[in-house]
Design a protein around this ligand. Structure first.
Ligand SMILES: Cc1cc2nc3c(=O)[nH]c(=O)nc-3n(C[C@H](O)[C@H](O)[C@H](O)COP(=O)(O)O)c2cc1C
Length: 409
């Protein structure tokens, strides 16, 4: 990739990865970028970096060379976040520049030793501290704990108004050599919005409270540019990604959008017949449905859609005295990721004892999910016409609940 100019004395360097599961579990068919930034005053700082997989640090080092930067020209390595997708390159960097000086939080200092055996000189910073690079570039630091690890901070260049928030305001999606919102078409911006919404639900969602605090801190700063650790740089309209993140964070408590996600699994088609009726009924009310069959849909996509939907339909039969197992896997993930406070309805078929509903209640309790369910419907064997009519009726009731909730805000 090419090094690109962000703003006065500031450059973006990046590496894309495409053929991995992010965090070892999230598919990224459209890839993800890891962004690093160089700010040059009289002194030179590099802010954030890349992972250490598959020779990726070399991609970064090649970009130093493009800029005519020698390793020894770097005065400060600013580490906003210690997760190895941003800090992994330090292992390689240490081999070529052993004495580099680090600027980071006290918590990150401990992690540096634990992850990479790095105990270089560290300038430990906390909220309100600054570092003067010269030529007016004063970096101000703000701790934003738990966005997304406890040690995380954001860096702000007071001269250019550029915020380097690392994981906050990030997105999935590989980037090109034109990674700025002012260079992208509306279609490309929409692409990154979809990527950001899945990134948020998969990675940041459980930390929505800390994210809201970080957004509040951001809004006190005269931010002109947002330069995150993943995804595009927001140079012409940083407010767009701030507003998107505000919405995503608010979805944690709900309401989210006036949309309904239908998650279903069925072995022999009995439950599925109800799915067809409820999807039809909801769509007839003019509400967007996101339909996911389990285990075919990955929980990454299900999580994205549940995160942005105010309503959820769960349809699954009983299987060995519990619920259809792939549904339990998905619900467990939704609980772990704190997809809380939804309007919901569940139905499904059973053969003799039932048991799916009991396990659903257990999962809801375990994760304190606080989903507000309409009366569930269980039917023996194949659904009768009355069952299907009732399922459609519940679909319309769910639409009414969702609409009322969204209207009240
Ligand atoms: C492997 C297996 C295990 C099942 N275990 C139970 C059970 O423990 N209790 C029960 O009431 N029904 C059980 N059933 C019956 C199903 O719930 C029933 O066949 C239902 O109609 C399946 O719905 P579907 O057609 O949507 O897959 C089981 C079915 C299968 C195939």
């Amino acid at each position: 990739m090419k090094t690109t100019h962000v703003t006065e004395n500031t450059w973006r360097l990046s590496a894309n990865v495409t053929d991995i599961l992010f965090e070892g579990m999230w598919p990224i068919p459209e890839g993800v970028s890891m962004n690093s930034y160089i700010v040059k005053g009289e002194k030179v700082a590099i802010i954030d970096g890349v992972c250490n997989w598959d020779g990726t640090p070399q991609v970064l080092f090649d970009q130093f060379a493009q800029m005519g930067i020698d390793y020894n020209d770097i005065d400060y390595v600013v580490i906003n976040h210690m997760e190895p997708d941003h800090s992994g390159w330090l292992e390689d960097f240490k081999k070529i520049r052993p004495d580099f000086k680090i600027v980071t939080t006290a918590k990150a200092q401990a992690l540096l030793k634990a992850f990479f055996e790095i105990d270089n000189e560290v300038m430990v910073v906390k909220s309100g501290d600054t570092l003067d690079l010269g030529n007016g570039h004063v970096l101000a630091f703000e701790e934003i704990p738990n966005v997304h690890w406890p040690e995380t901070m954001a860096t702000f260049d007071t001269k250019t108004g550029t915020l380097f928030p690392c994981d906050a305001f990030g997105s999935f999606g590989a980037i090109t050599d034109s990674p700025y919102d002012d260079q992208l078409s509306q279609e490309e911006i929409d692409f990154f919005e979809r990527q950001a919404s899945r990134y948020y639900a998969n990675i940041v969602g459980p930390f929505s409270g800390p994210t809201q605090k970080a957004i509040a801190k951001t809004e006190k700063l005269p931010v002109k540019i947002i330069a995150p650790g993943h995804g595009i740089v927001w140079r012409s309209n940083p407010q767009k990604i701030i507003d998107d993140y505000k919405r995503y964070a608010s979805y944690s408590k709900g309401p989210a959008k006036e949309e309904i996600t239908v998650i279903w699994g069925s072995m022999y088609g009995n439950t599925e017949r109800g799915v067809r009726r409820i999807v039809e009924a909801i769509e007839a009310e003019g509400v967007t449905v996101h339909e996911h069959q389990v285990p075919q849909s990955h929980y990454s996509e299900i999580l994205r859609d549940v995160w942005s939907s105010s309503g959820v339909v769960l349809a699954m039969p009983t299987y060995e005295y519990k619920m259809f197992a792939p549904m339990a896997v998905v619900l467990d993930e939704l609980g772990r990721k704190k997809a809380l406070n939804r309007k919901a309805f569940r139905f499904g078929s059973y053969g003799w004892s039932g048991g799916a509903q009991k396990e659903l209640d257990e999962i809801m309790t375990r994760y304190k999910m606080n989903w507000d369910f309409l009366e569930p419907l269980e039917f023996l064997g194949a659904p009768k016409e009355d069952d299907l009519d009732l399922i459609a009726t519940r679909g319309r009731e769910l639409v009414a609940c969702v609409r009322e909730w969204v209207r009240q805000g």
